[in-house]
Design a protein around this ligand. Structure first.
Ligand code: GLY
Ligand code: MN
Length: 400
């Protein structure tokens, strides 16, 4: 069994075990229906990777159609999992290669009960006879802007209509909590994605010089990622030279890098469905100007302090506010803010927001902006980015 398969299997098993435990702790008989291939929860145009549920993380994404998990009573080991797959046929095999058969699906997922998708209505009907509470999955990602009716939505509507007498609940808040705390295997995969990203950055350091084009740098990342078995970027890469570095999600990557410019690189590789997310700003010529360097050093200081402050027990919003104070003191030192700017600031609109215009950290995992209930204190094994920045459009550069 290849390493990737082992990893997929481990990831799937653990997440669904934990999900079953969580639900059975509620102590009620339930069924969860999860449709794969849902919308991108993280619906940011610059960030397109998506996994609505842990189930699709474990399998080749387009090969799993649906999954049902049924927990019975308080006994955490007493649950049933069912997987639904598209039935292979000669035409599909000719166009797309071999599809998963039931044996292979079991081998990868460990799920014993596998049906073809065309059987789903009948199976659901049978299961529903004994079900009181039904948890349905829904895209509740904080960045989602879903404008079309998705397959998942249609499925949920169908369930609501057909099984209106059941006690219908949402599974999303439970999934959010589960997804924010990573299993060791997931941390290993995120680390691997980060290691590949680091290789990309090191390659680019040797490549950048005045005259190169941003898309050529993108190609260097792509090359390094692919040769390390990362299939793709975790999100559209931001390769922003000169003034472009002041545009937070600049993804055109079609300008020439000039002597004297900074180059802001916000790029991450994906590995085994897990994202990485790294940002560094470098001088195109190999040497920052005095001004660029002083801003760089301030951002670096804030980043290092923000990393130290991000620990178990801390609430995400409080972390942002604390980092804001450190940023304010740097902006004062740099002469970008005055004492009166600080005196006149309000809680809702702190002065540092003039130059530091986004958040400090977000969850990282199956999505680049991963699920996670940010109102709860941070716990061990959560994974966050740390990415403060200072943007000076009037001076034609930004550092993150
Ligand atoms: N690193 C890109 C973003 O978080 O939007
Ligand atoms: Mn990020």
């Amino acid at each position: 069994m290849g390493r990737i398969f082992e990893v997929r299997k481990a990831t799937m098993f653990k997440r669904f075990d934990r999900m079953a435990k969580q639900f059975t702790r509620i102590g009620k008989e339930i069924v969860i229906a999860v449709k794969a291939g849902g919308p991108n929860p993280d619906d940011n145009p610059a960030l397109r990777r998506c996994y609505q549920n842990a189930r699709s993380a474990g399998m080749p994404k387009d090969r799993v159609e649906a999954a049902i998990k049924r927990a019975m009573g308080k006994d955490t080991s007493n649950y049933e999992e069912i997987l639904f797959l598209t039935k292979p046929n000669d035409l599909l095999t000719h166009w797309e290669g071999e599809r998963l058969n039931k044996e292979k699906a079991f081998f990868i997922s460990g799920i014993k009960t596998v049906y073809w998708l065309e059987q789903i209505d009948d199976i659901i009907k049978k299961i529903m006879q004994n079900v009181k509470i039904l948890y349905l999955n829904k895209n509740e990602h904080y960045r989602a802007k879903v404008e079309t009716e998705t397959r998942e939505k249609r499925f949920n509507n169908w369930i609501k209509k057909e099984y209106a007498s059941k006690d219908l609940k949402g599974s999303n808040s439970i999934l959010q909590k589960l997804r924010s705390v990573k299993d060791p295997i997931e941390i290993e995969l995120i680390q691997k994605a980060c290691d590949i990203t680091e290789k990309g950055f090191r390659r680019v350091l040797n490549f950048v010089k005045p005259g190169v084009w941003e898309y050529e740098i993108e190609a260097e990342f792509s090359h390094e990622f692919l040769r390390n078995r990362s299939k793709k970027f975790a999100y559209s890469p931001i390769i922003a030279s000169g003034k472009n570095s002041t545009i937070l999600h600049y993804i055109e990557n079609n300008n020439q890098c000039l002597d004297g410019d900074v180059l802001l690189l916000d790029v991450g590789a994906e590995y085994a469905n897990y994202s990485s997310d790294m940002t560094r700003t470098i001088p195109v010529s190999g040497k920052f100007s005095k001004r660029q360097k002083s801003i760089y050093n301030s951002v670096l200081h804030v980043k290092n302090e923000a990393t130290k402050l991000l620990k178990p027990g801390v609430i995400w919003k409080d972390h942002y506010n604390e980092v804001g104070k450190i940023m304010s003191s740097e902006l004062l030192k740099l002469g970008l803010l005055s004492k009166s700017d600080i005196q006149n600031q309000t809680k809702e609109n702190p002065a540092f927001k003039k130059y530091f215009t986004h958040g400090v950290s977000h969850n990282l995992g199956l999505d680049t902006h991963d699920y996670g209930d940010l109102s709860y204190p941070i716990t061990k094994n959560m994974v966050f980015t740390v990415e403060p920045g200072i943007y000076l459009p009037k001076e034609n550069f930004g550092i993150r």
